[in-house]
Structures are given as structure tokens and as C-alpha cells.
Design a protein around this ligand. Structure first.
Ligand code: SF4
Length: 249
């Protein structure tokens, strides 16, 4: 299990989120133990490891909006190759940033957004560094990130979880889809509103591993266009399978 510093549990979100707003919440929560166990049997227990430095992670997330991981990575690498520092990105003509991040798509929107975020951090902190977030209570760190233009609950959770090993649960497209199919999430819930639901269902010490295992399951078996239920071990716990895919006797 990954280790968290004591302060990371100061204000866990699940004690604040009103679960009575979620229909059938206890039935949804009861799925966690068996599904988590089966996912670990399939994919193991990914241990937290540092991915990118916090500010790099934040910019990487902005680049990832509405594009594939491959295109995000190409744009991020191009940006790092073209500019030696984030200060240089912040102070560059916007056209130069647009040109560098073109592989990510929506470059005309993302470049000014990135520069605006970098300027805001500089104004508020006096430097381009967001390491201070690790010393804030979780919800204050999340609120600070979400106060930045263009930063929503997913980006905030990714930065907190992946860069700082803080207990925030990111809901990306795979988690959103698989979570609804299995029944952790009510059908039709927005990805934004799904964050506190997943954080109320999953124990904080398992956010990182469960998040990665759900993504892997979504990529390899519970695919967007056609879930491969015939080779999925989660059928007994999956609402979608029970309603739509189970063979009729
Ligand atoms: S049983 Fe089918 S729908 Fe349910 S998680 Fe598995 S692949 Fe997805």
C-alpha cells in the first residue's frame, strides 16, 4: 500500500460529501471490495511513483484536454524542447507556444490558457512553483488548483494524486465509463460530479491503484465501443452485464 503523510487525511472528502444525494449509494459502495479484489488479481497493485514534477503535471494535464495521450506527450515534449523553462513559456509570444503545442490540438485555446495559468501562479506565489500545495490541507489544495482558469476537478485530482501522492481520485473518460457500467456511478452523471462519488466509495489509500486499474480495465476489456464482457471477471458485480449482456436462460 502507498504511504501518505498524516496531514493528507486531515479533511477527507468522503466525510463532507452528502452520499444521500446518490441513489442506491450503499449498493454501489458494496461493489468496491469484490471489484477491487478482482482488479488486483488481474492487474496487480500499482505502487505510487513520482510521474512529473507538480508544475509539469499541471501543464501536461491542460495539454491533455480533448486529445489522446500520444498527442499530449508529443506536444509536451515539443514544449519542453523549445523552451528551457516555464518562465520562458510564460513570457514567450503566444504564437510561439501555439506553434509548439500544435500536436495536442486546440492549440489556439490551450496556449493562452497555459500562459495565463503560469502568470497567475507567478502573481500569487512570486515564483513558478506549486510545491506549496503539498503542505495545504487536501481540500484547500484542490480549491486553489480549481481557482486557476481552465482547471477543473479532473486536472486538480490528477495533480494532487500523481504529483503529490495525495488522496484525490481522478475521473477520466475510462473511469467515467467503466464506473457507470459497473454501477459505482449513477447513469448519466457528469464526470465532474463523479469525483466526490468515487472518493466516497473508494478508501483513500486505494485511490491511486484503483484509479489506474479501472483505466487499464477500460482500455483492455471494458472498451468504449464494445465491452468484452465474455472475458471479464467482473460480470457478477456489473450492472451493465446484468441488465444487457447476461445470456437469457
Ligand atoms: S462485465 Fe462488461 S460492462 Fe461490466 S465491467 Fe466487464 S466488460 Fe465492462
Amino acid at each position: 500500500m502507498p504511504e501518505y503523510a498524516a496531514h493528507q487525511y486531515n479533511r477527507p472528502m468522503q466525510t463532507e460529501f452528502n452520499t444521500t444525494k446518490i441513489p442506491d449509494f450503499e449498493r454501489r459502495r458494496a461493489k468496491y471490495e469484490p471489484v477491487s479484489h478482482l482488479l488486483r488479481e488481474m492487474y496487480g497493485f500499482p505502487e505510487w511513483r513520482p510521474w512529473l514534477p507538480p508544475l509539469d503535471e499541471l501543464i501536461d494535464c491542460i495539454l491533455s484536454q480533448s486529445t489522446s495521450d500520444t498527442n499530449r506527450d508529443r506536444a509536451f515534449d515539443a514544449l519542453k524542447a523549445k523552451f528551457p523553462t516555464w518562465e520562458a513559456v510564460r513570457d514567450a509570444p503566444v504564437e510561439a507556444v501555439i506553434d509548439a503545442i500544435r500536436p495536442a490540438g486546440l492549440a489556439n485555446q490551450k496556449a493562452p490558457r497555459i500562459q495565463h495559468v503560469l502568470r497567475t501562479i507567478t502573481e500569487q506565489r512570486g515564483e513558478l512553483n506549486i510545491d506549496f500545495l503539498n503542505d495545504l490541507p487536501l481540500e484547500e489544495a484542490r480549491a486553489w488548483l480549481m481557482s486557476l482558469d481552465g482547471v477543473g476537478p479532473k486536472t486538480a485530482a490528477i495533480v494532487l494524486c500523481f504529483a503529490f501522492n495525495r488522496p484525490a481520485f481522478p475521473v477520466d473518460t475510462h473511469v467515467h465509463r467503466v464506473g457507470q457500467r459497473i454501477g459505482f456511478l449513477p447513469e448519466g452523471i457528469s464526470a465532474e460530479k463523479a469525483h466526490p462519488v468515487m472518493e466516497a466509495i473508494v478508501p483513500p489509500e486505494d485511490y491511486y491503484a484503483f484509479h489506474l486499474n479501472l483505466i487499464r480495465h477500460g482500455r483492455e476489456i471494458c472498451k468504449a465501443r464494445r465491452p468484452e464482457c465474455e472475458r471479464c471477471p467482473l460480470t457478477a458485480h456489473c450492472d451493465y452485464y446484468q441488465r444487457f449482456a447476461r445470456p437469457t436462460p
